[in-house]
Design a protein around this ligand. Structure first.
Ligand code: PHE
Length: 448
């Protein structure tokens, strides 16, 4: 018997779920520390430009593929180009999501631990060194790191097994608005600290002298990562969208929300860091060490710390939902009867796969692959190779396989799209996006 395809109950449900997928560790954890270690404003501005000129066109391409076929990632490509190797794009995406979720949830686990700790820990009087010890203790204790990684995945499984409407949409509709409100509370606190202006300057006044080829590449990767592109997650999510909704409008809202949160993240972190004379170049531990140290020295700091960890947990969970959904939808071909079992099965499999990442700051810290810990190597493989590769293939596939008038019709549904906007999108997707990614790859292997 043919089962009925799941659907988002409303357009806003879709927008919140898709922006929930986009907004996560990329915007709140990676972007601030990358901006901090790559010279501030210049990196931030390059990132914003790539988001608009590379990310947005790709997002629209994934939306078009998903909504046009109304199929999950693997079947969507199979439908558009039957019996060709193109459906490997979907398989590559599912594989990437597997790997990504396995270490994403390790960081999710750290956040769970910090959140629990924030309810009991008395922050006042603790210095950056104390927080550095707390952080190292947390990530190096094998039971804590693996246990928290499990807990985080368990939360993800419980939501995703409920399906689109009763699972993902239901929880994202609460978590995303809460995230926006909590974020505004944190930003207001941060920008009203004395000396915060230096942080705002650091974020917005670019100094292009510190920009290198590598910085530009990292900014490309970051703009894809931050919009959840390249894995066909956005293909899957848009396949549950009704035909009368406008894709360009939805994509515009999602990109705006994601940029908005990226700016808020910068505004939450840098003013606070500068105001306390701390270093913005701390790298990955920035939000786990420097930020708590800032909170420890302001009145009601523990409450702000709790709020920040809670919003970070919401952001991370809503991204994790999309990663697991991509896997589950693809392996079950959206058969509702198989969903619950498959969610448990693949969720637990991802848990096992993530154990080495969870241990890679502790007992297996000495085991290195290409000079990096297991965790960092996986992150490198996913963020700098698999995601850009998926993005490149999607940018080639869309104009090459789908007829131009079909693309126009799909994008024109719901609200009419101006021809010149369509042509601009088509041009960016067909030429600019692939060229940018190919340059990035050539640079990565040292050819240019
Ligand atoms: N966009 C998510 C984040 O920024 C990460 C992600 C990447 C999720 C790719 C799904 C696919 O945290």
């Amino acid at each position: 018997m043919k089962h009925k395809q799941e659907q988002w109950t409303s357009k806003i449900g879709f927008i919140l779920a898709a922006s929930g997928s986009a907004i996560g560790l990329g915007a709140i954890w990676k972007l601030p520390y990358m901006t901090g270690t790559n010279g501030g404003g210049a990196f931030f501005i390059i990132f914003l430009l790539f988001t608009l000129f590379l990310g947005l066109p790709l997002l629209l391409a994934e939306f078009t593929i998903g909504r046009h076929t109304k199929k999950e990632a693997i079947s969507a490509y199979e439908t558009l180009a039957p019996n060709t190797p193109w459906n490997w794009i979907g398989k590559l995406g599912v594989f990437t999501a597997f790997l990504l979720l396995s270490f994403y949830s390790v960081v999710g686990g750290w956040i769970v631990i910090y959140l629990i700790r924030s309810t009991t820990l008395n922050l006042s009087g603790l210095s950056t060194d104390d927080f550095s010890n707390i952080f190292n203790e947390t990530i190096s204790n094998p039971f804590m790191a693996v246990g928290a990684h499990f807990l985080f995945l368990l939360l993800t499984i419980i939501v995703v097994k409920g399906g689109i409407q009763k699972g993902i949409e239901r929880y994202t509709k609460i978590m995303m608005p809460a995230l926006f409100i909590l974020f505004i509370v944190i930003v207001l606190r941060s920008v009203t600290l004395t000396g915060s202006l230096d942080g705002i300057r650091f974020l917005f006044i670019p100094d292009f002298s510190s920009v290198t080829g590598e910085t530009v590449l990292m900014a490309i990767g970051q703009s894809f990562f931050s919009l959840s592109l390249g894995t066909s997650i956005m293909v899957t999510y848009s396949s549950y969208l009704k035909t009368d909704e406008s894709l360009p409008k939805a994509a515009g809202s999602i990109v705006s929300l994601s940029i908005f949160i990226s700016v808020l993240a910068g505004l939450a972190i840098f003013p606070a860091v500068f105001s306390f004379g701390l270093e913005p170049t701390e790298g990955p531990p920035l939000i786990f060490i420097v930020l708590p140290a800032v909170f420890s020295s302001i009145p009601f700091g523990s409450i702000f710390f709790f709020i920040f960890m809670l919003l970070l947990l919401f952001a991370t969970l809503t991204s994790a939902f999309s990663l697991l959904e991509l896997v589950v939808a693809s392996v079950t071909k959206n058969d509702k009867n198989k969903r619950e079992r498959a969610t448990w099965k693949y969720g637990l499999f991802i848990f096992v796969l993530g154990i080495p990442s969870a241990l890679s700051y502790g007992i297996i810290a000495d085991i290195e692959i290409f000079g990096q810990t297991f965790f960092d190597s996986l992150d490198f493989l996913v963020s700098n190779i698999l995601i850009p590769l998926g993005a490149l293939l999607i940018a080639i596939f869309t104009p090459f396989v789908i007829k131009k008038h079909v693309l126009f019709e799909e994008l024109n549904k719901g609200s009419s799209l101006k021809r010149w906007l369509f042509e601009t999108w088509y041009f960016l997707l067909k030429y600019i996006v692939p060229i940018a990614i190919i340059f990035a790859f050539l640079n990565l292997i040292g050819i240019i």
